[in-house]
Design a protein around this ligand. Structure first.
Ligand code: NDP
Length: 331
């Protein structure tokens, strides 16, 4: 059995040096517990925040302790009345090949309709983030224009498609020509901007969205957010989902940058964490499943193979190596 612990807190961009693999004993399940074998591990940008020794909406990881994220695992032995050998469970679990759990915060899933890894993406946290961000904060209206950054990623690709389902014009921003092609061809976005090839983001948005932006789904923050705000319409809504371009920065940009726009245009700007909607997760999963089944919603995954690749896959998120949800498959 093996686990992955946080060896040191990253300064700037995380590196493999920050992680350590440890040989550990395979545990025995006690009464009321299951023994789980890890199958799929989600790596997510927000884990970077947990590697800082800072108070946040979720506890920081401790040094020399196993890291954790959303996982799909198989029950290989059960002393739990509700679960049997061969069941698949998902929820927050540690980065270990085998672990025991009382399964209190885990739910049973199956791979009949969708791949098991989908419960870490479109039918998991990232799909729900896109869904509640769009429906509750974005409140999209038919005929409006939606701008999405991080558009080819797990959250962004779903947020943009929800915009299309609701009848909006959708413009996406992503980091390569390949990603721009994908969001237009597979995810049905109307327009795309490769930020790596764009010097003037304000002008690029203006060109593709001449009527302005009504809803901005922000996954990256900083200058892209400024450019979106330069194009925001009266009564626009800005969904502050994340700011990945700042996660590895040691200094955060300071000062009031957007307030005048918010006032002049009566813009609503709201941050959120998906957990705020915990009591509505079932509704979200039902709607996302329906759209998937009808083919209105499509999803992509980048599946990296091997338990040893988990740290690498996490680091690669900051290099844009993923298309759709980044997941590690463990044999
Ligand atoms: P993604 O699948 O979008 O993966 C990250 C992507 O971010 C990369 O593929 C890369 O794509 C892009 N990226 C990396 N570095 C930069 C940079 N410096 N500038 C611009 N883009 C960059 O991850 P998720 O979909 O899981 O997460 C997207 C965002 O949503 C994150 O900010 C995350 O923190 C946030 N989030 C928020 C939640 C909430 O509850 N509020 C829940 C889940 C996620 P590219 O090639 O285009 O650069």
């Amino acid at each position: 059995n093996k686990s992955i612990v946080l060896k040191s807190r990253p300064e700037g961009t995380p590196t493999l040096e920050n992680f350590e693999f440890k040989e550990i004993e395979k545990p025995e399940p006690q009464d009321g517990e299951v023994l789980l074998k890890t199958k799929f591990v989600s790596v997510d940008p927000y884990l970077r925040g947990r590697m800082r020794d800072e108070k946040s909406y979720i506890e920081p990881f401790e040094l020399d302790q196993p890291l954790a994220s959303a996982v799909v695992a198989e029950v290989v032995e059960s002393k739990h009345e509700k679960f049997q050998k061969g069941d698949f469970l998902t929820g927050m679990l540690e980065w270990k090949m085998f672990q025991t759990s009382n399964a209190k915060n885990l739910r049973k899933v199956n791979g009949d309709q969708v791949s098991l890894s989908a419960y870490l993406g479109v039918l998991g946290m990232t799909g729900l983030t896109a869904y509640f961000g769009m429906t509750d904060i974005g409140v999209p209206e038919k005929g409006e224009t939606l701008l999405v950054s991080g558009a080819a990623g797990a959250v962004g690709s779903i947020a943009g498609q929800i915009g299309k389902i609701k009848g909006l014009k959708v413009v996406g921003i992503a980091g390569s020509d390949e990603k721009i092609k994908l969001i237009q061809e597979k995810f049905n976005f109307d327009e795309g901007i490769n930020y790596g090839k764009t010097d003037d983001m304000t002008a690029a948005i203006k060109e593709l969205a001449p009527d302005g932006i009504d809803v901005y789904f922000d996954n990256v923050g900083s200058y892209t957010l400024d450019a979106a705000m330069n194009n925001i319409n009266r009564h626009g809504r800005v969904i502050n989902c994340g700011a990945i371009s700042l996660y590895n920065e040691t200094e955060q940009p300071k000062g009031p940058r957007l307030e005048t726009t918010l006032v002049k245009k009566s813009v609503k700007m709201q941050g959120f964490i998906v957990r705020n909607y915990e009591d509505q997760f079932n509704e979200g999963i039902q709607q996302l499943s329906k759209w998937l089944a009808s083919g209105e919603l499509k999803h992509e995954e980048t599946i990296v193979e091997g338990f040893d690749q988990i740290p690498n896959a996490f680091i690669d998120l900051f290099d844009g190596k993923n298309i759709g949800k980044m997941v590690v498959k463990v044999d």
